[in-house]
Write a protein that binds this ligand. Structure first.
Ligand code: PGA
Length: 249
């Protein structure tokens, strides 16, 4: 077993009003064991205050699902790193496949966001993952490598282990179809090797790599016990009490 601390991050996506957010947090709070696991709630911007009012003083950390890398200015509809920090946000998801596919974020933008987040002291949760076609055509590892190499372009070795990587096969997101623990482990181990080749084995052994894609209370244990899987990025199941069982796997 590695000594990397596990991470379980909930990705609420575009769900829950403020009342629902507070209710959910209150339910999860008491039963999630946060001693051995870093627990993060990545919530909609409109829920920051509501969630903070519940998690304040606990070990649970607040995360955002997106931001824009520019400092400030004429970027209608966007939110800056400083604005996130102002709301006590500590983590931010970058390069989620929904941002890549629906909002056309490319590798270059993702790299800029990672650099900007790091420069502000936000912890990036950087997503990568292949489509079903890429998996079927045996292109998964090459594709993941290209995503990781471009995401980490120009990232200083001092900053590498501040980043959390989330491997999320697109075909497993929100589909109820999970990668097997062996499939997930294969890619997470490969990502660790890519980081080793880019930097060194010391850093690659420290960086935390999560699996995401239909993680639930039933499959979490098997996935998280794999050597190279350091926890999960959880969508649908993070909106339910199931999340407690995932954290306490
Ligand atoms: P899912 O989403 O757990 O609902 O598959 C994961 C994610 O998109 O991060």
């Amino acid at each position: 077993m590695s000594n990397r601390k596990k991470v379980v991050a909930g990705n609420w996506k575009m769900n829950l009003n403020t009342k629902e957010a507070k209710d959910l947090c209150s339910k999860l709070l008491n039963d999630c064991n946060t001693n051995k696991v870093d627990v993060i709630f990545c919530v909609p911007f409109t829920n920051f205050n509501a969630v903070n009012s519940v998690i304040n003083g606990t070990n649970i950390k607040l995360g955002a699902q997106n931001f824009y890398y520019e400092e400030k200015g004429a970027f209608t509809g966007e939110i800056s790193a400083d604005m996130l920090l102002d709301s006590d946000v500590k983590y931010v998801i970058i390069g989620h496949s929904e941002r890549r596919q629906i909002f056309k974020e490319d590798n270059e933008m993702i790299n800029k966001k990672i650099k900007s987040a790091l420069s502000k002291g936000l912890i990036p949760i950087v997503c990568c993952g292949e489509t079903l076609t890429q998996r079927e055509q045996n292109e998964t590892l090459d594709f993941i490598k290209s995503q990781i190499v471009t995401a980490f372009d120009g990232i200083n070795s001092n900053d590498v282990t501040k980043i959390i990587i989330a491997y999320e096969p697109i075909w497993a997101i929100g589909t109820g179809k999970t990668a097997t623990s062996d499939e997930a482990e294969e890619v997470c181990a490969y990502i660790r090797k890519v980081i080793k080749d880019l930097y060194n084995s010391d850093l690659s052994e420290q960086i935390r790599i999560l699996y995401g894609g239909s993680v639930n209370a039933k499959n979490a244990k098997e996935l998280f016990e794999k050597e190279n899987i350091d926890g999960g990025l959880v969508g649908g199941a993070s909106l339910k009490e199931d999340f407690i069982n995932i954290v306490n796997y």
